[in-house]
Design a binder for this molecule. Structure first.
Ligand code: PLP
Ligand code: ZN
Length: 376
């Protein structure tokens, strides 16, 4: 493999301050969100000889050393064609990831970066899947971790996090209350956040590279995704951008972000063309993985979707449950949050006239086995 002296710059989205990529901060001095500017490299001809993990895109991943990479075999999930609302769509099977959700992409890259920084203890908050992913990679790299979750989180996810050896903190209240609780701990320990920490997105972006590769070097017309904090949406957006920048594709897919109607601040902002992400009072939803009332990167999410000429859609609890059941009855055992994308896909296919050859991609974000009790 080529020399890995990757260089990137952390840039504040609020004040523009810049920091070296190896500066161990997750937030700007001013409190702003950091992005990581990094020029992704690609070696398309080398791919056929590489292992079926996301590290086949090593030149595009900002880990600043060429030493050992820790891996649980994440990435390169199958892309299957299935039928939704009478139309063929491609669905990437992200529930096959080592811990059962796409969050492994972000966690693998972020925790390898944490290891490279020499950090020995981290904190993270999650509705379950991100916590499980971070806990698994910390276990693999012998890093101590504390995971904060809402006390309503699926028991399967709680058991999984504890099994990896993480210290679990169950917080009463909403997902946003959990996010507030972890910020206190983050004053003392490195915050390996899938929302704040830009390295996470540089792992999730490999989703886009694989879609491109699995479609024979093509980018789809449309991408339908569930959205809460937007780690998936922003990661996928970044990945497709990097493919364009490298000259490997000449366009972006339209991105359709789907939220549960009971907690849909992005849909509201989009439909009413608001300059800000509005405060909403969230209702209970079966989609526990995306029940985010205040997405920190809301403005970036709006910009990304508008840039691709996409949209945000809301689906009801009944629509989510019905899509979930349909997938289960086809043999795909996904969790309720994953069905949000499928319900959104059904809505999208029914409401807009389809060009006959439109190539649509979606994904199953998380495995049903962790949330079994909630689906009875
Ligand atoms: C995290 C997650 C999502 C997407 O959430 P974002 O916060 O928008 O990244 C979707 N489905 C499942 C199962 C998840 O765990
Ligand atoms: Zn700043």
């Amino acid at each position: 493999m080529s020399d890995m002296s990757a260089s990137g710059v952390l840039v504040c989205t609020a004040c523009g301050s810049r920091y070296d990529m190896m500066d161990s901060r997750w937030q700007c001095r001013c409190g702003g969100l950091l992005d990581l500017c990094f020029e992704a490299g690609f070696l398309p001809d080398a791919l056929k000889d590489r292992q079926a993990t996301l590290w086949r895109y090593r030149e595009a991943i900002p880990i600043g050393h060429s030493a050992h990479i820790y891996s649980l075999g994440e990435g390169f999930t199958p892309l299957l064609e299935i039928t939704v609302a009478g139309k063929k769509v491609w669905v990437k099977q992200e529930q096959f990831a080592p811990t059962g959700s796409f969050k492994d992409r972000g966690a693998a890259v972020l925790i390898n970066h944490v290891k490279a920084l020499g950090i020995e203890r981290i904190v993270e908050d999650s509705s379950g899947n991100a916590g499980a992913a971070i806990a698994a990679y910390c276990a693999n790299m012998e890093i101590q971790c504390d995971i904060y979750v809402p006390d309503s989180t699926s028991r399967g996810k709680l058991a999984q996090i504890e099994s990896y050896g993480a210290t679990l903190h169950k917080i009463r209240g909403s997902r946003d209350d959990t996010a507030a609780a972890v910020l206190e701990a983050a004053e003392k320990y490195y915050y390996a956040s899938h929302v704040w920490n830009p390295f996470f997105f540089h792992g999730v972006k490999t989703f886009a590279f694989e879609v491109w590769e699995q479609l024979g070097g093509q980018v789809p017309d449309t991408l339908v995704l569930p959205v809460g904090n937007g780690s998936l949406l922003l990661g996928a957006f970044m990945g497709f951008k990097e493919l364009s920048a490298a000259g490997l594709s000449s366009r972006m897919p339209r991105i359709i972000g789907v939220q549960a109607a009971g907690c849909a601040p992005l849909v509201k902002s989009f439909k009413e063309n608001l300059a800000e992400i509005p405060a909403i009072s969230p209702q209970k939803t079966v989609a526990e993985g995306i029940a985010i009332a205040q997405p920190r990167r809301g403005k970036q999410l709006m910009d990304a979707v508008k840039q691709t000429n996409g949209e945000f859609l809301a689906v009801s609890e009944d629509e989510i449950k019905s899509a979930l059941k349909k997938m289960h009855r086809q043999g795909f055992y996904i969790e309720p949050t994953s069905a949000v994308a499928i319900a959104g896909l059904e809505k999208y296919l029914l409401q807009s006239p389809q060009p006959k050859d439109e190539k649509i991609i979606s994904l199953f974000t998380g495995h049903g086995l962790k949330a079994g009790a909630k689906m009875l």
